[in-house]
Design a protein around this ligand. Sequence first.
Ligand code: HEC
Length: 175
Amino acid sequence: MSPAEVFQRLERITVNPPRLASLAVLLAALTLTACEEKAPDSIMTGEPISTDAAPLDRNLDPQQVARGHAVYTENCLECHGEAGKGQPGDWRIRDADGRYPPPPLDDSAHAWHHPTAVLLEAIRDGSPGGQGNMPAWRGKLTEQQMQDVVAYIKSLWSDEIYRLWWEMEQQSLED
Ligand code: HEC
C-alpha cells in the first residue's frame, strides 16, 4: 500500500458513516451501562447483564509494551510527547508551512480510530508523499520494534477507548 493509499484508508475509516454509526451505538451502550449501574437488569431477571459492547480483551503482553516504551522514548517522544500526550497547542491546526503538528497518540486524538495495520503503515511510511513531518521508519526500526511501539501506544488508551478500538479492529479484519 502506498502512503497516499494508507492515508486515504485512514480517511475512509475515520469518516465512513456505518462505522461512525456503530461507534455511536457502542458509545450509547456504554453510557447506558454506566447509567444503569445502580439498577442492572439482573435484579429484574436474574440474568447477567448483556450489552452490545464488545468484550474487553486488552491482551497486551507487558514485556512487549515495555519494549515498545523503550522504542518510543528513543524515537517518538520528542514529537509525540510524554505518554503520547502530544505537544502544547492544537494538533488539528496546520503550522505556517501547512504541516500538521505531531498529534497525541494517547486516546485524546484519533490514533485509536485506526486498526493495527493502518497504524503500522503510518509508522512505516510516515506522512503521505513526505508531505508532513512524520518520518518514515521503514529501514530504521525493525518490524518487531514497530509492532512493539504500537502495543505501547495501545497501552496508553483507557478501557473504554480500547473497547471501541477493538470493535473497529474486528470490523477492519472482516473487510
Ligand atoms: C519529527 C517528529 C515526529 C517523530 C520523531 C515521530 N512522529 Fe509520528 N507523527 C508526526 C506528525 C507531524 C504526524 C502527523 C502526520 C501528518 O499529518 O502528515 C505524525 C503521525 C503519526 C501517527 C498517525 C497518528 C494518527 O492519529 O493518525 C502515528 C501512529 C505516529 N505518528 C507514530 C509515531 C511513532 C510510533 C514514532 C516513533 C517511532 C513517531 N510517530 C515519531 C511527527 C513525528
